[in-house]
Design a protein around this ligand. Structure first.
Ligand code: GUE
Length: 297
């Protein structure tokens, strides 16, 4: 493995400490701490684990955490009623609706009812519009985390050729907008893209967010490129094992032999997502309180 391993876990831990350090000044100015509400519908075990870890991270940063669990058969109106209540709750600065929702619910419609100024996931149409227009707003956590890792490694990204594989609302689309905002030449690739390996071979920056285990191979990577692997895929368990291995969307060993730097899975992009969620909550709290943005975020 020739590539430097980008330690997202350590970077995220340092970011979370800086966020925690900024909370007392907010509390002194406003008499309260920033609050994050997480809404979980149904009882998918993976989502429950993930929501619990967000709650722990929120408390560890000195913020207030509010968890709302709704049963899997909740109606659209009941869900939107809870979101409306959180929109007007003065102690709530950030609202995260854990996705995916059960199939009978309209995800887009529910997300659209969230107050854009509390939209710490950056998923409302208003947040997406602000990002597209370059207006300050809430940026989706996972792509923001990827951008921080890239800027930490490269400094100025101007003129870099970036390929984003995947066009999801949560990652691919906002990632492309952020890279464009950072003056990269951005290509978005997806399932219908022709000659994907050749396209990826031209890139200085490769962001893989497709959800297909180890799809991006080592011989797709330009020597010296930086590879950001957003995928978290659990393979089938090996004989006798209870759980399969976690792998990304990139064949890690192969790509790491060619790239100059690469994020591991786990321990790469994943931890950055939670750190950026706390960052967005801190920033949302300042803006809602009429304070200027906290320094250095
Ligand atoms: N509205 C909404 N916003 C989200 O941001 C959102 C969501 N819904 N639904 C689910 C996905 C998934 N997601 C992860 C975040 C962090 C890790 C993470 O920290 N992973 C660690 C541990 C992985 C493990 O061991 O399982 C790592 O990669 O090192 C994983 C997954 C956010 N999501």
């Amino acid at each position: 493995m020739a590539a430097e391993i980008i330690d997202g876990k350590a970077f995220a831990a340092a970011l979370r400490l800086r966020i925690a350090d900024a909370v007392p000044a907010f509390e002194a100015a406003t008499g309260r701490v920033p609050g994050l509400a997480v809404v979980l519908v149904g009882d998918d075990p993976a989502s429950a684990v993930y929501v619990a870890s967000k709650g722990k991270a929120t408390l560890a940063a000195g913020m207030a955490s509010f968890e709302h669990r709704l049963s899997a058969d909740v109606t659209q109106a009941e869900l939107e009623g809870l979101l409306a209540q959180l929109n007007t709750d003065e102690t709530v600065d950030g609202i995260l609706l854990q996705l995916p929702l059960p199939a009978h619910l309209d995800e887009q419609a529910a997300v659209a009812t969230i107050d854009p100024d509390k939209d710490v996931d950056g998923l409302t149409p208003v947040s997406a519009g602000r990002l597209a227009l370059g207006i300050p707003g809430m940026v989706p956590c996972t792509p923001h985390g990827c951008l921080l890792l890239l800027q930490d490694r490269l400094g100025d990204l101007s003129g870099k050729d970036a390929v984003v594989i995947g066009r999801s609302i949560l990652v691919g689309k906002p990632m492309a907008a952020l890279l464009l905002g950072a003056n990269c030449t951005v290509t978005m690739a997806h399932s219908r893209t022709k000659d994907l390996p050749d396209l990826v071979r031209r890139a200085d920056i490769v962001v893989a967010a497709v959800g297909r285990p180890e799809m991006v191979r080592g011989d797709w990577i330009k020597p010296g490129a930086i590879v950001i692997d957003v995928g978290i895929n659990r393979l089938a368990p090996a004989d006798g094992a209870a759980k399969g291995r976690l792998v990304g969307d990139v064949a890690y060993e192969e790509a790491g032999a060619v790239a100059t730097a690469i994020t591991p899975v786990p321990g790469g992009v994943g931890p950055m997502t939670i750190a950026c969620l706390l960052r967005n909550t801190l920033v949302a709290a300042h803006r809602r309180a009429g304070l200027s943005d906290p320094e250095g975020f």
